[in-house]
Ligand binder design. Structure first.
Ligand code: NDP
Ligand code: MG
Ligand code: MG
Length: 336
C-alpha cells in the first residue's frame, strides 16, 4: 500500500526562509495563505485590487500585493486561480516576474497535463492538492488537525522540489491529515474521472433520473424528492464514516437485499462501458480540448446545460421543502 507521510517524515526546515506567493484568494488560496502564515512562513498574496479576493485578504489580515509584485522575489509561487485562466496568468504574471529557480505550485494538474502552462526550464514544477474544499482545509488546521493531501513532483530543476512540495503541504496542515505521493497525470485524470463519472456528474444524474421515474409514474414530487435526493446524505455519511460495510450495517434487511439485487441492474455493463469511454476521453485529452473550445466559444452550451439543471422540477420541489428544514438555515447563518 501507498506510504502515508506525516509531520515527522518531513525534513525540519524544508522550506525555511523561502517566500511563498499565493496567486488567487478563492476557495484554496484563502485557506493555504492563512494556514502557511500561521505555520510561520513568509506569505504574500497576489490579488487584483478591488476584487473579492482582495477584500477577503484585507479582512483576514494577510499581506497582499498586485499579482506581478507578489511573484517577484518569491521562492514558491502557488497558482490558485481557476484552471481555465492559468495559461494567461502564467504567461502575463508569473513567467516575466519569477526569479530563477523558483517553484511553481499547482493544486490540480490540469494546466500541465494538457499543456496550458509550460513553465520555464529553471523552475521546479510541483503539486499540493488537499482532498477537501478550502473552508475545511482552514477549519481543520485551526483545530490543530488537517485534511489529507496529495503531492507530486513534475520537475525537480533545483534539487529542492521535494522539500518544497512536502514543506508547503505540511504548512497547510496536509501532513497532519497525511500526505500521499502521486503524479500530475494520476491526480489530474482521477480527479476529472471522479467528478464526471461518480461524484458531480454520476450522482446528479442518478438522483434526477430516480426522481423523474417516480414522478412520471404518478407519485408526488415531494415524496420523490425525499426518497431520491434528501436521503442520499444519510447514505453518503455512512459510506464516508465506514465504507460500504457501515451502510449495510445501518440499513434495513429489505433495503440491503434490494441494494444487492437491484443496484447492479442500474449500474451495469452498459454503464461501465460509458465510464470507460469517459476515462478514455480524459486520457486522450479529448475532454480537455472540448472544455477549452467551449470556453473559447463563449460557454453557450455549458450555460444551456446548467440552465436545464437549475430549471429541473426537482429544484422547485426541493426549494419549498428545504424552507421547512430549520437546521439548514442555521448552518448557513453560522457560516456567514
Ligand atoms: P476560485 O475560483 O475559488 O478562486 C479564484 C481566485 O482567482 C479569486 O481570488 C480570483 O480573484 C482569482 N483570479 C481569477 N482570475 C484572475 C486573474 N486573471 N488574475 C489574478 N487572479 C485571478 O479557485 P479554486 O480555489 O476553486 O481553485 C484554484 C485551484 O485549486 C484550481 O486549480 C482548482 O482545480 C484547485 N482545487 C480546487 C479545489 C476546491 O475545493 N475548490 C480542491 C482542490 C483543488 P478575484 O477574487 O479578484 O476575482
Ligand atoms: Mg476532485
Ligand atoms: Mg476537480
Amino acid at each position: 500500500p501507498i506510504t502515508i507521510y506525516t509531520n515527522e517524515d518531513i525534513r525540519p526546515g524544508a522550506i525555511a526562509g523561502q517566500r511563498i506567493a499565493i496567486i488567487g484568494y478563492g476557495s484554496q488560496g484563502r485557506a493555504h495563505a492563512q494556514n502557511l502564515k500561521d505555520s510561520g512562513h513568509d506569505v504574500i498574496v497576489g490579488v487584483r485590487e478591488g476584487g473579492k479576493g482582495w477584500k477577503n485578504a484585507a479582512a483576514d489580515g494577510v499581506p497582499t500585493a498586485e499579482p506581478a509584485e507578489a511573484v517577484k522575489g518569491a521562492d514558491i509561487i502557488a497558482i490558485l486561480t481557476p484552471d481555465m485562466i492559468q495559461g494567461e496568468v502564467y504567461r502575463d504574471i508569473i513567467e516575466p516576474n519569477a526569479k530563477p529557480g523558483a517553484a511553481i505550485l499547482f493544486a490540480h494538474g490540469f494546466s500541465i497535463i494538457y499543456d496550458r502552462v509550460t513553465p520555464r526550464e529553471d523552475m521546479d514544477v510541483i503539486l499540493v492538492a488537499p482532498k477537501g474544499p478550502g473552508d475545511l482545509v482552514r477549519r481543520e488546521y485551526a483545530r490543530g488537525r488537517g485534511v489529507p493531501s496529495l503531492f507530486a513532483i513534475e520537475r525537480d530543476a533545483t534539487g529542492k522540489a521535494r522539500d518544497r512540495a512536502m514543506g508547503y503541504a505540511k504548512g497547510i496542515g496536509g501532513a497532519t491529515g497525511g500526505l500521499l505521493e502521486t503524479s500530475f497525470r494520476e491526480e489530474t485524470e482521477t480527479d476529472l474521472f471522479g467528478e464526471q463519472a461518480v461524484l458531480c456528474g454520476g450522482a446528479k444524474e442518478l438522483v434526477m433520473s430516480g426522481f423523474n421515474t417516480l414522478v412520471e409514474a404518478g407519485y408526488q414530487p415531494e415524496i420523490a424528492y425525499f426518497e431520491c435526493l434528501h436521503e442520499l446524505k444519510l447514505i453518503v455519511d455512512l459510506f464516508y464514516e465506514g465504507g460500504v460495510t457501515k451502510m449495510h450495517e445501518f440499513i434495513s434487511e429489505t433495503a440491503k437485499y434490494g441494494a444487492v439485487a437491484s443496484g447492479p441492474r442500474v449500474i451495469n455493463d452498459e454503464t461501465r462501458a460509458r465510464m470507460k469511454e469517459i476515462l478514455e476521453d480524459i486520457q486522450s485529452g479529448q475532454f480537455a480540448r472540448q472544455w477549452i473550445a467551449e470556453n473559447e466559444a463563449g460557454k453557450g452550451q455549458y450555460e444551456a446545460w446548467l440552465k436545464a439543471d437549475y430549471e429541473h422540477p426537482i429544484e422547485q420541489t426541493g426549494a419549498r421543502l428545504r424552507e421547512r428544514m430549520a437546521w439548514l438555515h442555521a448552518a448557513k447563518s453560522e457560516a456567514a
